[in-house]
Design a protein around this ligand. Sequence first.
Ligand code: HOZ
Length: 428
Amino acid sequence: MRNYDNSRKLFKRASRVIPGGVNSPVRAFRAVGGNPLFIERAKGSRIFDADGNSYIDYVLSWGPMILGHANPVVLAALKKALAKGTSYGAPTALEIELAELVLKIYPSMDKVRMVNSGTEATMSAIRVARGFTGRDKIIKFEGCYHGHADGLLVKAGSGAATFGVPDSPGVPESYARNTVTLPFNDIPALKKTIEKQWREIACVIIEPVVGNIGCVLPRPGYLEALRKLTKAHGIVLIFDEVMTGFRVAFGGAQARYGIKPDMTCLGKVIGGGLPVGAYGGRKEIMSMVSPEGPVYQAGTLSGNPLAMTAGITTIKELSKAGAYRDLEKKASQLERGLKDAAKRAGVRTRFYRAGSMFCTYFAGAEIVDYQTAKSADATLFARFFTAMLQRGVNIAPSQFEAGFMSLAHSEKDIEQTVASAYDVLKKL
Ligand code: HOZ
């Protein structure tokens, strides 16, 4: 049996000074039981906890570490940047370089603004969409999570869904009233709402592949219908690609599904493991942003030189020939292995994947939206999670979170993961 004594002690100490002992609720093990692991270091596909245990990691800091942990090229670039100072609060050439890279890979955007997190990106994009259209309401989808800004914590996924607070207290009714929520993958509901309320709707924000209730894929034709309806009614379509950007394809979900949104939010991978978010879009929309336009948005550490360096280096590494072929190969090896393990063990699961993000649901029925995702057996998942951890495999401590593959995962890591999964599944 693995020993978690040091993590347990650290959690006790943390709980005295930090709410719930964690700086983000998704890190707590409340949905699966036990205490969170306290991590000491990470390298490649592995993380190491405070008790010296090592784990093959499929959380990858919730997505950013697509090259694997402590990538030597990123670390070398960061060391060089560090010697030049950590923040200036003034423009740098690095910000231009990352912006140029992003715009080249995401041609739906003419201009992009760097911020510090995905939450800031979505919150700011919505403000700009409201300023641009002069309308107040927004549409979001049940189970989609766009960070924790007021008005987006309505029927939200991720930790909000995991801990049963999809409509968080503290969000004034008057804010929530401006958020219209619809089921994902439901064209008739979307059509009906837009045709009735379009005069009031500034934007539709969507995770094109929903990564905050596991991994829910858009049905064929769904994103196309969304694009058509929003365009016809002058509604700004915002793709929240914080999770899917550089993940489901180099060019994100918009490249994978061939849809051109009006605005895009990015985060995670573009920071290479440092805090970064970004939002961008068509020229006429982005020219609303201060100081070019009247919509205010700002940040002391926005465009931070270290974060820009990690982002630029990560994207350059990803642009090397074969990177996405390699990711696809590894992720499909895991997909085949896990599906086969579940079949051999006689456990009903549903596995979904888009590029290098994926989820195994303990469910028999198809998962197409929040309602169907909720039908998954969270108790069985919790037992699976705990036993996998004991065997040295780290997955997110919730049935409602996606898993991620990195370029650092080896064939052997994946074989070991699948063997552990079979061992656990047959005993469930
Ligand atoms: N958005 C991620 C969870 N689905 C991780 C960020 C967080 O800590 O909430």
